[in-house]
Design a protein around this ligand. Structure first.
Ligand code: ATP
Length: 318
């Protein structure tokens, strides 16, 4: 559905070249739900604007549903929906009327436009709000209407730019339910940018991480975390120095540190290592006060890849 090769975009700012996107190679299959994650200035919006034909690449190629973004831009636009960060609907129009008008703008008959509007009110669970003015909706309801507007022409692929930004956690969770639902009901491929590490981690099936204009990771959140960050095990005992020596002897442990009575270590699979460690400590008559396994976050993945914390780079909640 998306295929890019060497996609590049430079900007010239005061005689200096800013390499916003540097040789993006990306393949997204039909029906996938992909979160495009990266710190401010990483190149997310520039990539999205090239993929949606709003910005010409400096070099490289991008095909959407088989159509080239440069030579076949009109065909690309027919196949995609794009929901930017601003509001798509006018505040004084009723929700259903907005959807019908959008259908008419795409050239559908009044009857087809009404049918699509009603279908989308159902998909995005906006039926009860159909006769409300768009301006009276809450932030989360409004975002759902924007997404419905982006779906009127039944695109195969939907681009969402920061769909959940500015929403409170409950509305974010609700919006994600709807994004997943439209993918399940309509089979729409969804490609979205987000700043929220936690939602990319728990909701998206695939996470593409971009930094300084390059893709630095591309996999499921689970695999990225297991391969790149691993688990952390913390045990508190009556003899931390001895505990650290015993932990060090277990082949898969790395970076054993002592902090008071707590001994921490990184391991590929905490659930497997913890019983081995506890048995060894028991055999050495070390008294264990507590033990826990911490699963890594996508921030740990970003840290492992770049040496920087995404959360710190962003200054945003995760
Ligand atoms: N029109 C432009 N002119 C000059 N530089 C630009 C332009 N648009 C983007 N850039 C630069 O390109 C780089 C990538 O910007 P982009 O907006 O794609 O990042 P982003 O990952 O979307 O960031 P954010 O999360 O802050 O929206 C940045 O260094 C930015 O300053």
């Amino acid at each position: 559905m998306i295929r890019t090769r060497g996609l590049t975009r430079n900007f010239k700012v005061k005689r200096q070249i800013v390499e916003a996107v540097r040789g993006l190679d990306l393949d997204v299959e039909k029906g996938e739900l992909v979160a495009f994650l990266g710190p401010n200035g990483a190149g997310k919006s520039t990539s999205l604007r090239m993929l949606t034909t709003l910005l010409r690449p400096t070099s490289g190629e991008a095909r959407i549903a088989g159509h080239d973004v440069l030579s076949d831009a009109a065909a690309v636009r027919r196949r995609i929906g794009y929901v930017g960060q601003g509001n798509g609907a006018g505040p004084y129009f009723r929700v259903r009327d907005e959807l019908v008008t959008q259908g008419r703008c795409y050239g559908f008959s009044a009857e087809v436009s009404r049918r699509r509007a009603d279908d989308l009110l159902g998909t995005m669970e906006l039926e009860d709000l159909a006769n409300r003015d768009a301006g009276s909706l809450s932030g989360g309801q409004r975002r759902r209407l924007d997404i419905a507007l982006g779906l009127v022409h039944q695109p195969d692929l939907l681009f969402l730019d920061e769909p959940s930004s500015g929403l409170d956690p409950q509305n974010r969770a609700n919006l994600w339910e709807h994004i997943l639902r439209l993918r399940d009901l309509l089979g729409t491929t969804v490609f979205l940018t987000t700043h929220y590490l936690e939602e990319a981690d728990t909701k998206a099936e695939r996470v593409v991480v971009i930094d300084h204009g390059r893709i630095i990771a591309d996999d499921t959140a689970e695999r990225l975390k297991a391969d790149l960050a691993g688990d952390h095990v913390t045990v508190r005992t009556d003899n931390p120095a001895r505990t650290a020596r015993i932990a060090d002897r277990i082949p898969s442990t790395r970076g054993v540190t002592v902090d008071g009575d707590a001994v921490r270590m990184a391991v590929p699979d905490g659930a497997a290592v913890l019983p081995v460690l506890l048995r060894a400590l028991d055999a050495a008559t070390v008294d264990v006060r507590s033990a826990e396994v911490q699963r890594p976050t996508l921030d740990d993945v970003f840290l492992a890849l770049t040496g920087r914390s995404l959360r710190e780079a962003e200054g945003v909640p995760a």
